[in-house]
Design a binder for this molecule. Structure first.
Ligand SMILES: Nc1ncnc2c1ncn2[C@@H]1O[C@H](COP(=O)(O)OP(=O)(O)OP(=O)(O)O)[C@@H](O)[C@H]1O
Ligand SMILES: [Mg+2]
Length: 313
C-alpha cells in the first residue's frame, strides 16, 4: 500500500495546478506531515497561494497559523547545479566558481534535458535525504511535464555507466516507485482541457515510468438546477441575458464533472484516486482559494500519503 512521499501536480495551463499544489501542502501539514512545496516555474505564484511573499531556492518556512507551517521553494536550475556540484562532485568552493553560470548555460543549451534533470534531480534529492514527509511539486504544464519527469530515464538511455548513470539511477528509482511517487493530474470539466488531459494521462502512463496517482476535476460549480429552472434560464439566455447564460454554463459544467472524472479515471486505470473540487468564490485572493481547496482535499491527501488509511486501495 502506498505512502507517497512525492506528489507531482500537473495539467493544462490555468486549470489550477498552483492552487491545488498549495491545497495539498496545507492539507498534508494539517494532517501532521512536514511538507516541502516546490514550484518549478519560478513565478512566485505558489508562495502567494500559501499566503507568503515570493520564496527562493532555499526552502523558507511559511506559517499557516500558530501551529501549522509548510516549507516552500522555487526551482532555480543554476542554483540546483551549484548544489549538485557541491554535494556530489565534492568541490567545496563551487559556490565561488563564478564561471559556472556560463558553463551551465553552454551545457544546458547544448544538451537537451539538462535543465529538466537538474530540476527533477533537486526534487528527488529532497525526497531522498528524508527531511520531509511529503514533497509536493507545482510542476510544468502539459507540454513540458513529461520531459521533466522522464528526464532521468531518457538520460540513462544514453549513459550506461559512470557517475551520471549512477545519478540517474537513484532518481529513476524514486520517480518510478509508485509506492512513493505519484502524479496528480488537474483539469477542469470543459471541452478541450478534458481531451488534452486524457492524452496527458495516457502519455505519462505509457511513455514514462512514473505513475498517475490522482485525477482532479477542479472548479466545478455547485450543481442543482431542476428542469423548470433550466427551461426558464434557457429562454432567458436565448433572449440575450448574460447572467442566465453564465448560470446555465455553470450548471452544465457541474453536470459534466462526474462523467468527465469517470472517463479520465478510465484512461488512468485501476487504483487511481479521483476527486472533484468546487469553484471557490473568493474573487482573486489566491491564499483564500488554496485554503478553501485544502479542506476539500484532506481525504484525498490522507489516502495518497497514509498507508494506514489505504484500506480501499
Ligand atoms: N477551485 C477554484 N475556485 C476558484 N478559483 C480557482 C480555483 N482553482 C484555481 N482558481 C483560480 O484560477 C486561477 C488559475 O489557477 P492556478 O494559478 O492555480 O492555475 P495554474 O494551473 O497553476 O496556472 P498556470 O498554468 O498559469 O501556472 C487562479 O487565479 C486561481 O486562484
Ligand atoms: Mg501555476
Amino acid at each position: 500500500m502506498a505512502r507517497r512521499r512525492l506528489l507531482i501536480v500537473t495539467g493544462k495551463g490555468g486549470v489550477g495546478k498552483t492552487s491545488v499544489t498549495a491545497a495539498i501542502a496545507i492539507a498534508a501539514a494539517r494532517g501532521g506531515a512536514k511538507v516541502l512545496a516546490c514550484e518549478m516555474d519560478g513565478s512566485g505564484r505558489l508562495a502567494a497561494s500559501l499566503g507568503s511573499p515570493p520564496v527562493g531556492f532555499e526552502p523558507s518556512t511559511i506559517a499557516l497559523d500558530d501551529t501549522i507551517a509548510v516549507d516552500a521553494m522555487s526551482m532555480d536550475t543554476e542554483r540546483a547545479l551549484r548544489e549538485y556540484v557541491r554535494l556530489f562532485v565534492k568541490i567545496p568552493f563551487a559556490d565561488r566558481v563564478g564561471s559556472l553560470a556560463r558553463i551551465f548555460d553552454y551545457v544546458a543549451d547544448a544538451a537537451p534535458g539538462v535543465r529538466e534533470i537538474l530540476a527533477i534531480g533537486k526534487v528527488c534529492h529532497e525526497v531522498r535525504r528524508d527531511n520531509y514527509d511529503l514533497v509536493v511539486v507545482d510542476a510544468e504544464s502539459t507540454g513540458h511535464v513529461v520531459s521533466q519527469i522522464d528526464a532521468p530515464r531518457a538520460m540513462s538511455e544514453f549513459v550506461h555507466s559512470g557517475v551520471i548513470a549512477e545519478q540517474t539511477g537513484w532518481m529513476s528509482e524514486i520517480l518510478e516507485d509508485a509506492e512513493r511517487t505519484g502524479v496528480v493530474v488537474v483539469t477542469v470539466a470543459e471541452g478541450l482541457p478534458v481531451s488534452e488531459t486524457g492524452e496527458l494521462i495516457d502519455t505519462i502512463t505509457s511513455r514514462t515510468g512514473v505513475s498517475v496517482a490522482s485525477v482532479i476535476v477542479n472548479r466545478v460549480p455547485e450543481a442543482g438546477l431542476d428542469r423548470d429552472s433550466v427551461k426558464a434560464l434557457t429562454s432567458a439566455r436565448d433572449r440575450g441575458i448574460p447572467s442566465a447564460a453564465a448560470v446555465l454554463a455553470a450548471a452544465e459544467r457541474a453536470d459534466r464533472a462526474s462523467g468527465v472524472l469517470g472517463d479520465l479515471l478510465g484512461v488512468a486505470g485501476d487504483g487511481v484516486a479521483g476527486a472533484v473540487l468546487p469553484e471557490i468564490d473568493f474573487a482573486d485572493d489566491e491564499a483564500m482559494i488554496a485554503a478553501g481547496l485544502a479542506e476539500q482535499v484532506e481525504a484525498l491527501v490522507a489516502h495518497l500519503t497514509n498507508d494506514a488509511g489505504g484500506a480501499d486501495e
